[in-house]
Design a protein around this ligand. Structure first.
Ligand SMILES: [Zn+2]
Ligand SMILES: [Zn+2]
Length: 205
């Protein structure tokens, strides 16, 4: 089902008995566990086991969740994702609701993202053959989200400005108007701009 179609179709309402436990991100077709200690995606197929093992929910609640999951899949095959294929937002948008935003690092030479400074250093040294002293110019700090939690993370970069790309673009224009032309550079996709060390660069779409 195309994304455009989804907006016009009324999805089954989340049953009241599980509305405190699960939510759906309709744009990306992702089922989320909203328990404070989770706030991440679950595969529709795995929701029953997740609610049983991690939250000790009663069978009746689990059944409601499973039936809701079935309705989602019937409604759109995109809900048959797992962590390896779930669609990620492009870098640079405003954060998705519910999912935590965390500190991370981005390699400026490729699309590599991680929450570990040690891992990004290792990546840069191994993949781009750079020496330690140059590292601060080829990776930078960013804010990240991932649909899934530990061990299944796949990150994208978020912009916590009020309206994502639009807001940052506006800021860059304002900065450019003030005569600070190196702020406008990140919007050009040149190699030179890519090593300037600014998170704005990561919006490669
Ligand atoms: Zn959970
Ligand atoms: Zn890289």
């Amino acid at each position: 089902m195309a994304m455009a179609d989804m907006g016009g179709v009324r999805v089954t309402q989340i049953p009241p008995s599980v509305v405190h436990l699960i939510a759906v991100n309709l744009e990306y077709a992702v089922l989320l566990c909203t328990k404070p200690q989770c706030r991440h995606a679950q595969a529709v197929r795995g929701i029953e086991e997740h609610l049983r093992r991690f939250h000790h929910e009663k069978p009746a609640i689990r059944k409601e969740a499973v039936e809701f999951g079935r309705a989602l899949v019937k409604w759109g095959e995109r809900f048959l994702y797992d962590y390896t294929v779930v669609e990620l937002p492009v870098n640079g948008l405003a954060p998705q609701p519910i999912v935590p935003v965390v500190d991370g690092f981005s390699c400026y030479s490729c699309c590599f993202l991680t929450i570990s400074r040690a891992v990004v250093r290792k990546h840069v040294n191994k993949e781009h053959l750079r020496q330690d002293k140059e590292n601060n110019r080829i990776f930078g700090q960013v804010r990240l989200q991932s649909w899934y939690g530990p061990k299944r993370e796949r990150y994208w970069v978020v912009d916590e400005g009020t309206d994502g790309i639009g807001n940052s673009a506006k800021r860059a224009l304002e900065d450019a108007a003030k005569g600070s032309n190196d702020v406008a550079k990140p919007h050009m996709k040149s190699k030179k701009a890519s090593s300037a060390g600014r998170p704005k660069l990561l919006r490669r779409g």
